[in-house]
Design a protein around this ligand. Structure first.
Ligand SMILES: *Cc1c(COP(=O)(O)O)cnc(C)c1O
Length: 404
């Protein structure tokens, strides 16, 4: 049996469509973010990263690194087990208390990633609650979709960011159903933000539980980095808030927060929590330090916002179309997978600008884009160089100038 032939057949389809993924091999330069050394032959040795989810550069923060080094020396490299069998370290418990406080909840539960936290929590809730129905925003992240699939309960998809459609779909459900409304605050590909108050009110009206993914908002929004739910003063009305330690907090890991009983329920029944080695204690300590730093300091958030506004204004001046949105994410629409890849290649090879092309299935076909995430460490010079390069490419590649 020619197994490789079977593999290659499907890979060739991706390649023909222009959707084959090519990773940039980089070495991030600590102390010099967003600069990175490139190991690709056809790119300059040093490149500027424009698509990182380490939104605030916390991955190179001095206190975060010091905490991680200290705890490696104190506790060793790994956790040594699952949370249940010898793997629960004091540093995990400290981090969970910090997370519960961040969102004003009774309790928090750590996972090895945000993906795992969504998958494990949603699948456990959907599978175990009596007559559960999960009502999912149509643009929810793959990790939530996998969780719902695994839950094998009834699923209802509601129109993206549309509380009226949610209301209609909740109304249609039988009164005995346990309803779970799953949605995100900041959607990572379009950078739009949900109408949280309206969604919460609709859910409350129907007695539904709310499950909120704040992955692209924690650390970035709210006076202490508690996300959009903190900024809008709605955190106490949301049943479960999920987040990541791998994006704005610059480390790795995922979590849920909620009531004591909710977290204990997921802790006790979720296979994705129980049967896997706990995060290294040093990672937990680094994340705790990062959260504490961003609770007290708004300097990084403020500077990020300024750089985001500057890039938007510069793109507008040059007539380069980008999706308008109220977040830190700037999607420049190309709407063609091959062109999107080509532009990204030229930016990397000729200008040392790294932005990963975003193609299907991450976004729908025909909405291919470059997704820029300016941070506090991008200089005004970086922004000028990026916009000059895009301007030149727009002429060369004859891409439409009208607003997307
Ligand atoms: C990245 C992402 C996740 C997963 O978080 P990780 O910590 O990277 O696994 C979950 N939800 C959304 C919306 C994301 O973009």
């Amino acid at each position: 049996m020619d197994f490789d032939g079977l593999f290659n057949e499907q890979l060739d389809v991706l390649k023909d469509e222009g959707n084959y993924r090519i990773f940039a091999e980089l070495e991030r330069r600590c102390g010099a973010f967003p600069r990175a050394r490139s190991h690709d032959d056809d790119a300059p040795d040093e490149v500027t990263v424009w698509c990182s989810n380490d939104y605030l550069g916390m991955g190179q923060n001095t206190e975060v690194r010091a905490a991680m080094k200290r705890v490696i020396d104190e506790c060793g490299a790994g956790a040594g087990g699952t949370r249940n069998i010898s793997g629960t370290n004091h540093h995990h418990k400290v981090l969970e208390a910090e997370l519960a406080d961040l969102h004003g909840k009774e309790s928090a539960l750590l996972f090895t990633s945000g993906y795992v936290s969504n998958w494990a929590a949603l699948s456990t809730l959907g599978a175990r609650l009596p007559d559960a129905v999960i009502l999912s925003d149509e643009l929810n992240h793959a990790s939530m979709i996998e969780g719902m699939r695994h839950a094998r309960c009834q699923k209802v998809i509601w129109k993206h960011n549309d509380p009226e459609d949610l209301d209609r779909k909740l109304t249609a459900l039988p009164s005995n159903a346990t309803k779970i409304v799953a949605f995100e605050s900041v959607y990572s590909m379009d950078g739009d933000i949900c109408p949280m108050q309206e969604i919460v009110e609709v859910a409350e009206k129907h007695g539904a539980m709310t499950y909120l993914d704040e992955v692209h908002a924690v650390g970035l929004y709210g006076p202490r980095g508690g996300g959009i739910s903190e900024r809008e003063g709605l955190a106490d009305r949301i049943t479960l808030i999920e987040g990541t330690l791998g994006k704005a907090y610059g480390v790795v890991g995922g979590y849920i927060t909620g009531s004591e009983a909710l977290c204990d329920f997921v802790r006790s029944f979720a296979s994705g929590f129980i049967f896997t080695t706990a995060l290294p204690p040093a990672v937990a300590a680094g994340a705790t330090t990062s959260i504490r730093h961003l609770k007290a300091s708004s300097a990084e958030r403020k500077r990020q916002r300024e750089q985001v506004a500057k890039l938007r204004a510069a793109l507008d001046r040059e007539g380069i179309p980008h999706l308008p949105n109220p977040s830190h994410i700037i999607p420049v629409m190309i709407k063609d997978p091959v062109k999107c890849r080509q532009i990204a290649d030229i930016l990397m090879q000729d200008y040392g600008i790294y932005v990963q092309p975003i193609n299907y299935p991450t976004v729908p076909k025909g909405t291919e884009r470059l997704r820029f995430t300016p941070g506090p460490l991008h200089t005004d010079g970086d922004i000028d160089r990026l916009v000059t390069a895009l301007k030149t490419l727009w002429k060369q590649c004859a891409i439409a100038h009208q607003v997307a």
